[in-house]
Ligand binder design. Sequence first.
Ligand SMILES: [Zn+2]
Length: 93
Amino acid sequence: MAPALKNRSAPREGSRRTTMPLGDKHPKKDVETALKRAEKAGLKVTRKQNRHNWGAVLCCPCNDSFTVHCTPQNPGREAKKIDGFTNNHRGHA
Ligand SMILES: [Zn+2]
């Protein structure tokens, strides 16, 4: 009778475990700062959140990317890997 009500954004079923806010910041501070460094170096940080991945760091000229995990087991190491990718592609864009 009121089809418009169907368009309200309801929480997806089966994803109630995920209480992480869908902001555009990475929940792990180490990773977030590494992503900031990547952006500063001219790389593109994209959010394409799904079950395991938070997003990716892209180097468009190289067509290369690094997948960023939502909840890395070791945030420090994840951040270092992002830094490594950043250093590899610094100044490409
Ligand atoms: Zn590159």
